[in-house]
Design a protein around this ligand. Structure first.
Ligand SMILES: [Zn+2]
Ligand SMILES: [Zn+2]
Length: 351
């Protein structure tokens, strides 16, 4: 029984299978804050249902709820929705459908049990996460963000806002959400009577962030319903003005989907306009960074001369030398989706 509940095929083979498949798939995400008394049991239940439907993706289950990023075969999409309605708390759930989709966003199904679906670092029992800000749809977001008494805050990490953000948004230099929460509250300490408009990718982080701002004494807190993903959908469906420039960073194989044609970021190596995130090709580094096509060719997809040289050593030698060598990505530990900090970029640009 246990074997049925986990994927037993290696990543390379799964990736190859998906590459060769011409099956149409829908990439989507959803989240739901709901009290789950037994997250592990729910995780297993979800796994069996999703596996039958050929669902791929990355899902976190915690006692506070579920956060999922999925790829669903198009032919099973109705069956997927029916299955979701089978759980009471998923009824009327908003599914955020991706804007760009090449059907190759995930190649395995991984469902993990975590302490929280969004790590917040808050342990004060007086903090009430259900006391959230007012939700805004795209139209009201546009209207209120034009108000001179409004401050727009990007609640994503610096490497996400770097390639795309709302006009006039504050984009804190934070590498994690838990670091960003107190940073934003401190930054806006003298603006407690202003309208605070918060947004993130799909809305899940702002559920908590807006509650946190209210907890810190902010009076007029708003959040973008469904995040950038839902905003973009509404802007297109209703012909509204798009106030988001650049790319929406996403945590799957695609790393980003274009919302407007503006390229607002720069190559971390040469400084030319570029907004394509990539992971350093040296697997012992693997740092996430922005690279233009010319630098990609010159550095063979690596973040530095050092990684490029190392990447071309025989595999055995790499393995041996990796025990003592450090690379740009090494200092961030094993994290895959980390990037150069702005301060680190500035240093890098001077090299
Ligand atoms: Zn470049
Ligand atoms: Zn590197």
């Amino acid at each position: 029984m246990g074997n049925l509940l986990y994927n037993r095929i290696n990543r390379r083979e799964l990736k190859e299978r998906l590459r060769q498949s011409d099956e149409q798939r829908v990439t989507l995400s959803y989240y739901k804050y709901v009290q789950l008394p037994d997250p592990t049991a729910f995780r297993d239940e979800l796994y069996l249902v999703y596996q039958k439907l050929g669902v791929l993706g990355r899902i976190y289950v915690a006692s506070e709820g579920v956060n999922a990023q999925l790829s669903v075969p198009e032919r099973n999409f109705e069956a997927f929705k029916t299955a979701m309605d089978g759980w009471d708390f998923f009824k009327n759930l908003r599914l955020n459908i991706a804007v760009e989709d090449d059907s190759k966003s995930f190649f395995a199904l991984a469902i993990k049990v975590r302490d929280k679906i969004v790590a917040d670092g808050i342990d004060d029992p007086a903090f009430n996460p259900s006391d959230t800000g007012t939700h805004l749809d795209a139209e009201n977001w546009n209207r209120l963000s034009d108000d001179p008494d409004t401050v727009v805050v990007d609640m994503r990490n610096h490497y996400e806002s770097e390639v795309g953000h709302f006009d006039n948004a504050i984009t804190p230099d934070a590498a994690t959400f838990r670091e960003e929460l107190p940073m934003v509250a401190d930054l806006l300490a003298d603006k407690k009577d202003k309208n605070i408009l918060m947004y993130c990718t799909g809305g899940i982080r702002c559920e908590k962030a807006s509650a946190y701002m209210k907890y810190r004494g902010f009076k007029n807190v708003f959040q973008l319903e469904g995040g950038i993903i839902e905003y973009t959908r509404q802007v297109q469906a209703r012909g509204l003005k798009n106030k988001f420039a650049g790319k929406n960073f996403v945590f799957d194989e695609r790393l980003g989907e274009r919302i407007s044609s503006d390229i607002i970021a720069h190559c971390h190596q040469c400084g030319q306009p570029a907004d394509t995130h990539t992971n350093c090709a040296n697997i012992y580094c693997h740092i996430l960074f922005i690279q233009c096509d010319a630098c990609r060719a010159q550095y063979k997809g690596c973040c530095s001369e050092k990684c490029c040289d190392f990447h071309h050593l025989p595999q055995e030698e790499q393995k041996e030398r990796a025990k003592t060598e450090t690379f740009s990505g090494s200092r961030f530990g094993k994290g895959v989706y980390k990037a150069f900090r702005k301060s680190a970029q500035a240093l890098h640009a001077q090299e």
